[in-house]
Write a protein that binds this ligand. Structure first.
Ligand SMILES: [Zn+2]
Ligand SMILES: [Zn+2]
Length: 168
Protein backbone atom coordinates (compact mmCIF):
# COMPACT_ATOMS: atom_id res chain seq x y z
CA UNK A 1 0.00 0.00 0.00
CA UNK A 2 2.42 2.68 1.17
CA UNK A 3 5.90 2.88 -0.29
CA UNK A 4 8.77 2.15 2.10
CA UNK A 5 10.12 5.29 3.72
CA UNK A 6 13.69 5.78 4.90
CA UNK A 7 14.27 5.42 8.64
CA UNK A 8 15.16 8.66 10.44
CA UNK A 9 18.79 7.58 10.62
CA UNK A 10 18.81 6.88 6.91
CA UNK A 11 17.04 10.15 6.16
CA UNK A 12 19.64 12.25 7.98
CA UNK A 13 22.49 10.16 6.59
CA UNK A 14 21.27 10.96 3.08
CA UNK A 15 21.37 14.64 3.97
CA UNK A 16 24.92 14.18 5.30
CA UNK A 17 25.76 12.51 2.00
CA UNK A 18 24.35 15.51 0.11
CA UNK A 19 26.51 17.82 2.27
CA UNK A 20 29.60 15.75 1.40
CA UNK A 21 29.15 16.73 -2.25
CA UNK A 22 30.12 20.29 -1.26
CA UNK A 23 33.55 19.12 -0.02
CA UNK A 24 36.51 20.99 -1.49
CA UNK A 25 39.24 18.48 -0.55
CA UNK A 26 40.63 16.18 -3.21
CA UNK A 27 41.43 13.42 -0.73
CA UNK A 28 38.05 12.77 0.84
CA UNK A 29 34.47 13.98 0.69
CA UNK A 30 32.76 13.83 4.05
CA UNK A 31 29.45 15.35 5.15
CA UNK A 32 27.93 15.80 8.60
CA UNK A 33 24.57 16.84 10.02
CA UNK A 34 23.91 17.77 13.64
CA UNK A 35 20.40 16.88 14.73
CA UNK A 36 18.33 17.17 17.87
CA UNK A 37 14.71 16.10 18.20
CA UNK A 38 14.71 15.27 14.48
CA UNK A 39 15.55 18.86 13.72
CA UNK A 40 18.68 19.90 11.83
CA UNK A 41 20.92 22.20 13.89
CA UNK A 42 23.82 22.58 11.46
CA UNK A 43 25.55 20.87 8.57
CA UNK A 44 29.17 20.63 7.51
CA UNK A 45 31.57 19.16 5.00
CA UNK A 46 35.34 19.02 4.92
CA UNK A 47 36.99 22.05 3.40
CA UNK A 48 39.47 24.88 3.88
CA UNK A 49 38.89 27.55 6.54
CA UNK A 50 37.32 30.84 5.43
CA UNK A 51 39.68 33.00 3.42
CA UNK A 52 42.05 30.18 2.44
CA UNK A 53 42.31 28.59 -0.99
CA UNK A 54 40.49 25.33 -1.64
CA UNK A 55 42.29 22.03 -2.22
CA UNK A 56 40.33 21.64 -5.46
CA UNK A 57 42.01 24.84 -6.73
CA UNK A 58 45.57 24.58 -5.36
CA UNK A 59 45.97 20.93 -4.41
CA UNK A 60 45.91 19.35 -0.95
CA UNK A 61 48.37 20.33 1.78
CA UNK A 62 49.74 16.94 2.73
CA UNK A 63 51.58 16.31 6.00
CA UNK A 64 52.26 12.74 7.11
CA UNK A 65 49.85 11.39 4.54
CA UNK A 66 46.91 13.57 5.59
CA UNK A 67 45.52 16.77 4.11
CA UNK A 68 45.95 19.34 6.89
CA UNK A 69 44.37 22.31 5.15
CA UNK A 70 40.81 21.26 5.72
CA UNK A 71 38.56 21.33 8.70
CA UNK A 72 36.68 18.07 8.99
CA UNK A 73 32.94 17.88 8.33
CA UNK A 74 32.17 17.32 12.03
CA UNK A 75 34.30 20.33 12.99
CA UNK A 76 32.59 22.55 10.44
CA UNK A 77 29.15 21.46 11.64
CA UNK A 78 30.11 22.23 15.26
CA UNK A 79 31.62 25.57 14.25
CA UNK A 80 28.55 26.50 12.22
CA UNK A 81 26.43 25.81 15.29
CA UNK A 82 28.83 27.91 17.41
CA UNK A 83 28.83 30.79 14.92
CA UNK A 84 25.04 30.86 15.01
CA UNK A 85 24.68 30.37 18.74
CA UNK A 86 23.03 26.96 18.53
CA UNK A 87 23.60 24.54 21.41
CA UNK A 88 24.81 21.09 20.44
CA UNK A 89 24.11 19.60 23.86
CA UNK A 90 22.42 16.23 23.56
CA UNK A 91 22.61 16.28 19.76
CA UNK A 92 23.17 13.39 17.37
CA UNK A 93 25.71 13.79 14.59
CA UNK A 94 25.33 11.95 11.28
CA UNK A 95 28.65 11.63 9.43
CA UNK A 96 29.34 9.82 6.19
CA UNK A 97 32.71 8.67 7.61
CA UNK A 98 33.54 7.41 11.09
CA UNK A 99 35.05 10.30 13.13
CA UNK A 100 38.81 10.62 13.64
CA UNK A 101 40.45 11.15 17.02
CA UNK A 102 40.33 14.96 16.91
CA UNK A 103 36.69 15.08 15.89
CA UNK A 104 35.80 12.51 18.52
CA UNK A 105 37.30 14.71 21.24
CA UNK A 106 35.46 17.76 19.95
CA UNK A 107 32.15 15.93 19.72
CA UNK A 108 32.55 14.76 23.31
CA UNK A 109 33.12 18.28 24.59
CA UNK A 110 30.37 19.74 22.45
CA UNK A 111 28.16 17.33 24.45
CA UNK A 112 27.00 15.46 21.39
CA UNK A 113 25.47 12.28 22.77
CA UNK A 114 25.26 10.02 19.74
CA UNK A 115 27.43 9.48 16.66
CA UNK A 116 26.00 7.78 13.59
CA UNK A 117 28.35 7.03 10.72
CA UNK A 118 28.17 5.18 7.41
CA UNK A 119 31.71 4.34 6.23
CA UNK A 120 34.12 2.83 8.77
CA UNK A 121 37.40 4.67 9.27
CA UNK A 122 40.06 2.74 11.17
CA UNK A 123 41.19 4.83 14.11
CA UNK A 124 41.72 2.52 17.08
CA UNK A 125 42.41 5.35 19.51
CA UNK A 126 39.26 7.23 18.50
CA UNK A 127 37.18 4.07 18.94
CA UNK A 128 38.76 3.36 22.31
CA UNK A 129 38.13 6.91 23.45
CA UNK A 130 34.46 6.79 22.47
CA UNK A 131 33.95 3.56 24.38
CA UNK A 132 35.77 4.94 27.39
CA UNK A 133 33.72 8.16 27.34
CA UNK A 134 30.50 6.16 26.94
CA UNK A 135 29.22 8.04 23.87
CA UNK A 136 26.77 6.11 21.70
CA UNK A 137 28.31 5.32 18.34
CA UNK A 138 26.80 3.20 15.61
CA UNK A 139 27.04 2.45 11.93
CA UNK A 140 23.94 2.68 9.73
CA UNK A 141 23.11 1.80 6.17
CA UNK A 142 21.99 4.75 4.13
CA UNK A 143 19.23 2.61 2.63
CA UNK A 144 17.67 1.50 5.93
CA UNK A 145 13.91 1.56 5.76
CA UNK A 146 11.53 2.63 8.50
CA UNK A 147 10.00 -0.51 10.03
CA UNK A 148 7.86 1.44 12.43
CA UNK A 149 4.17 0.84 11.76
CA UNK A 150 2.32 3.88 10.50
CA UNK A 151 0.77 5.80 13.33
CA UNK A 152 3.64 5.10 15.70
CA UNK A 153 6.59 6.44 13.78
CA UNK A 154 4.43 9.26 12.54
CA UNK A 155 3.63 10.71 15.92
CA UNK A 156 5.65 13.78 15.02
CA UNK A 157 3.86 14.09 11.71
CA UNK A 158 3.79 17.67 10.55
CA UNK A 159 6.19 18.86 13.23
CA UNK A 160 9.32 18.14 11.29
CA UNK A 161 10.92 21.20 9.79
CA UNK A 162 12.54 22.13 6.51
CA UNK A 163 13.51 19.22 4.32
CA UNK A 164 10.79 16.87 5.42
CA UNK A 165 9.73 14.65 2.55
CA UNK A 166 6.18 15.34 1.48
CA UNK A 167 3.75 12.97 3.11
CA UNK A 168 1.29 11.21 0.92
ZN1 LIG B 1 42.73 18.56 0.84
ZN1 LIG C 1 37.90 14.29 11.92
Amino acid sequence: MSRPRPSWDSYFMRIADAASERSTCLRRSVGAVLVRDRRILATGYNGAPEGLPHCVDVGCLIVDGHCVRTLHAEQNALLQAAAHGVSTQGATIYVTSEPCLHCTKMLLNARVQRIVYRDPYEDALAREMRVEAGILCEQVEESAVDETPMGKGDKDHGRHEAGSPSET
